[in-house]
Design a binder for this molecule. Structure first.
Ligand SMILES: NC(=O)c1ccc[n+]([C@@H]2O[C@H](COP(=O)([O-])OP(=O)(O)OC[C@H]3O[C@@H](n4cnc5c(N)ncnc54)[C@H](O)[C@@H]3O)[C@@H](O)[C@H]2O)c1
Length: 303
């Protein structure tokens, strides 16, 4: 199969990511089917897609007509047999559970044509953990998206059993779809960006948990030197401190690393107070109008 032949895409799971991915492919002219387990979830997915499309129109990224044409290319179903019909590429976005992902791929292996390429959008798992359940490991790899509302970067990560042809077709297809493709030469937890990002946030947490400098000064340092509008603690407020805590606590437990545990305990204090960041109006900063957005923050005039 050539990249140009990929016209019909199946999105498995119409949640946060499935919606964004479905809309992106539809905006690029592909016919998209979203499969999920309940009709009401699919109705919610379609409503969510309308909202994202409307925001793209407001931002003048697409016209009203283009938004309508893209929406018309998206169909939904809870019937797996219907979903699998004549599909060229599958993009899986079900919850982060290797057993569930394995089951879903195994089901669709029995229903999709032999030519269909299977991709997973997993954030933290490795494709090799469930490659055998796809029934076609040579035609399977990770095609991982970030937040398509703000960027089009994708990680393309094969597992040791993926064949070269599949890697090349997916690379070319990503380019055709207007995606910025980052190619991994081998499996790596956290791909490329997330691996760097986790280390960056972890270093900032270590500085604060060890009381080396204040939260504001850690952010001012990053913002001042790198000429950035936001620092690591501003970013954690935006991601949500409970998410940052959960990830840090999980890895502290997995690795037994004492500093990671100290960092998790540091974040937990905020979680226990209900100070989760931007969404609760308070985290490391107060919202709206956090001090790091005010003029003079980097110069230290309002810290
Ligand atoms: N949310 C993010 O920022 C983000 C970013 C990149 C990658 N990811 C990854 O994408 C995947 C999905 O994440 P999400 O945030 O969209 O999750 P989500 O919970 O918002 O959506 C998951 C969807 O999968 C559906 N689902 C559950 N079981 C199913 C099944 N058996 N068959 C079909 N659909 C089923 C659910 O009903 C739900 O609609 C995860 O692997 C996650 O790690 C998430």
């Amino acid at each position: 199969m050539k990249a140009e032949d990929i016209k019909r895409i199946l999105i498995i799971g119409g949640g946060t990511m499935g919606r964004q991915i479905a809309l992106h492919f539809a905006m690029q002219g592909c016919n998209v089917v979203i499969y999920d387990i309940k009709e009401e979830l699919l109705s919610k997915a379609l409503a969510g897609i309308q909202k994202i499309a409307a925001s793209y129109v407001r931002l003048k990224r697409i016209t009203q007509e283009e938004a309508q044409a893209a929406s018309a290319r998206i169909k939904t179903t809870t019937i797996a047999e219907e979903a699998a019909k004549d599909i060229d590429l599958v993009s899986e976005s079900v919850p982060e559970d290797p057993v569930l992902k394995g089951k879903v791929f195994s089901l669709f292996h029995s229903l999709c044509p032999p030519r269909t390429i299977f991709t997973t959008n997993t954030s933290t798992l490795l494709p090799s953990m469930f490659a055998e359940f796809t029934g076609r490991p040579e035609k399977f790899l990770a095609l991982h998206f970030h937040d398509l509302r703000t960027n089009t970067v994708v990680d393309i990560m094969p597992h040791p059993g993926t064949n070269e042809e599949t890697i090349n077709v997916v690379k070319s297809f990503a380019k055709l779809m207007g995606l910025i493709d980052i190619i991994l030469k081998k499996e790596n937890s956290g791909y490329v960006f997330n691996a760097m990002f986790a280390a960056f946030l972890g270093s900032a947490q270590t500085l604060a948990a060890n009381d080396v400098a204040s939260i504001e000064d850690i952010d001012r340092s990053w913002m001042g030197v790198m000429n950035m509008p936001i620092g690591p603690f501003g970013i954690m407020d935006s991601v949500g401190i409970s998410t940052a805590w959960m990830v840090t606590a999980y890895w502290a437990q997995q690795t037994g690393d004492a500093q990671s545990q100290k960092n998790a305990d540091f974040l937990k204090q905020y979680v226990d107070r209900g100070e989760l960041g931007q969404k609760t109006g308070k985290g490391f900063y107060s919202y709206p109008g956090p001090s790091f957005r005010q003029p003079g923050f980097i110069a230290g005039h309002n810290t």
